[in-house]
Design a protein around this ligand. Sequence first.
Ligand code: ASP
Ligand code: MG
Length: 294
Amino acid sequence: MRVLKFGGSSVGKPDRILSVIGILIDYTEKKIPYTVVFSAFSGVTDSLIKMAHAAAKGDESYIGLWSIFHDRHLQAIEELIQDSTHKALIIQDFMEMSHTLKNLLQGTYLVMEASPRTMDYVLSFGERASCMIITQAMNQRGLPAEYIDARDIIKTDKNFGAARVDYALTYNLIKKKFRSSKKIKVVTGFIASAKGGLTTTLGRGGSDYTASLLGAGLKADCIEIWTDVDGVLTADPRMVDKAFTIPRLSYIEAMEMSHFGAKVIYPPTIKPAMDLGIPIAIKNTFNPGFPGSL
Ligand code: ASP
Ligand code: MG
């Protein structure tokens, strides 16, 4: 089993989602079993933060930002789902979700405050919406996919904004959940839940961490982080034109590089993989044939 994670830029537009599904179809044809984690569509988490902050300031511009969120996802459904019965169902599910978000923002506007706890709940709509839509887009293209809300399997404390994971409980829940069916699991990145079911998040960039937790819980053969660059580079390629991909590095080296600013992987990601000796591959969605970094 492999765990694949695709970030926001890999799923930012419907045609990019189709390229990702192409990569998944390839794995399926090669009979490589996998589970897949997605981030919110690119820019969505930032815009959810903006909406909530505007609402909490009593600024009505949150409504316009919400409309952009709403329309962008509906547009993605339009472009990705052809079958009309399926389309109607997913539109209905999405509308429900999107209106819950709108009500939540209206509540924030009325009470004029957005606590870290409310923020995490608001942010969860990004990954839930992207994964719900991509699951259906996969089903439409012959990949039997099942949507999984990570709040059911990843358990944390109540340190909203960057919650700490209860590894033992999480790994048990992951194992149980994955035994329940043979479908390809599509898991929401970034989000988790605390005791009592309250929504938490794992910190900005946390979808990488979600993939690593799943990898450890499932004792996966490999965790693949699919991003928009050719792996871990020796320097920022926008500043150094001779920057090149490092083909192999140790967990410790990867951790040091990410702590010192290499944006390619979220630092907490390394630990669950390192504890079990599971390799992490960094691959480029836009250059899938390139080996990347291990
Ligand atoms: N969507 C979240 C963020 O923008 C998590 C992630 O993309 O990894 O931080
Ligand atoms: Mg990231």
